[in-house]
Design a protein around this ligand. Sequence first.
Ligand code: NDP
Length: 478
Amino acid sequence: GTAQIGVTGLAVMGRNLARNFARNGLTVALHNRTQARTDALVEEFGEEGAFVPTGSAEEFVAALERPRRLVVMVKAGEPTDAVIEEFAPLLEDGDVIIDGGNAHFEDTRRRERELRERGIHFVGAGISGGEEGALNGPSIMPGGSAESYESLGPLLERIAAKAPDGTPCVSHVGPDGAGHFVKMVHNGIEYADMQLIGEAYHLLRSVAGYSPAKIAETFRGWNEGRLDSYLIEITAQVLAHTDAATGEPFVDVVADQAEQKGTGRWTVQIALDLGVPVSGIAEAVFARSLSGHAGLREASRSLPGPTAQPLDEAEAARFADRVEQALYASKIVSYTQGFHMIRAGSEAYDWDVDLGAVASLWRAGCIIRAAFLDRIRAAYDAQPGLPSLLGDKEFAAEIGAAQDDWREVVATSARQGVPAPGFAAALSYYDALRADRLPAALTQGQRDYFGAHTYRRTDRDGVFHTLWGGDRSEVSAD
Ligand code: NDP
């Protein structure tokens, strides 16, 4: 075969990835279960580069040069297993299957193990950036063996997004499921970022009394500064959009029930298993589910709330500045939690993930791309073992400078009855980490009282139990 890479699964994502490879000078073999998609691609975009359309699995495999590299871009879940089963028997030692779908990393671990036993490299690659990114440069998070990355890396580097300094947004994340794990956390952070931006909007609307157009303008201003990011940019555009049918702000005619495809939920489920507090991501997932409980919300509408306290223009402007501080501080916290989760996953599964490299490959192409990620990379480059992003001097200083405003915004949200679970959870996380003593000591006392679960002491080694039902003397429980 002559094709350097093949793509099977030519719906939006696969089609755009195939075009991206071809536009970058690679010969691309094409395959899809329903051949009409393959033909349509060649018909419409054949001029863009060198495509080798194929009809059968055998033809597709024969079109590839060795070691064969085939990208599977089909519906995640069972279809991915079905496609792997179709191709694996046709492959030889050293060939590489790349799954670019949104697979659960545990599925990727299983598939990698099964294929490794058959001599085939399996690379679960997280791909972010949606349709647009797939065509013009996504952020790519490949897992799998280091050996497979040697043959695959140079091809992926050609199609990946380029960070402002020219570096391609792709690097080998780690073995087996590491790439899909990191993609999952990326999506979790994306949920948290969106929730925080949503809360900022809600507060500016309800407390400052700003119109959607005015908030769009405010966000455009923020986007010139440290919050410069894709999500702030598109938020300004969504808020500035007017509904053609009614002439109302678009955001006012959309049903306020958020949907989800599940990667945010996975992040929280896995974080619970790993014991990592990703409270910001959890609040974002719960906020979406709460919004969907239409009946419950309707039945709760008459519950009492505080009286509104309108702000004058100067107060509103001051409040908007405070919201920017709260948003930035909360964002630092949600990235701190996300990176903590990647570190924990890396330790649990022995992946040795380089956190600075992860920040680096999120700098362009993906949904959470932001100027901010350069700062995170710099923090890990300076201190690769940094246990928490909050331990970085610059982030700590920025949060320190933001904290008064952040507290004021959370207090205002409570006083005025505007929900801000993301801001509040982030602040509580920050204060819990700062605290000299936590009520966890009391929790231990309660557990010892009702379940003889024992406790440790601050002044002596050992494990102890108090005889709560007896004379309340303390016994050693070592
Ligand atoms: P879809 O998830 O809609 O999947 C459609 C493709 O899967 C078609 O090519 C279809 O073939 C093929 N397919 C489905 N079932 C089977 C099967 N049993 N055997 C063989 N082929 C099958 O396509 P998308 O392009 O939206 O997404 C592809 C993958 O990329 C998914 O895993 C998705 O989660 C992921 N992804 C999507 C993003 C997005 O923005 N859409 C972003 C990042 C990742 P046929 O034409 O014959 O029906």
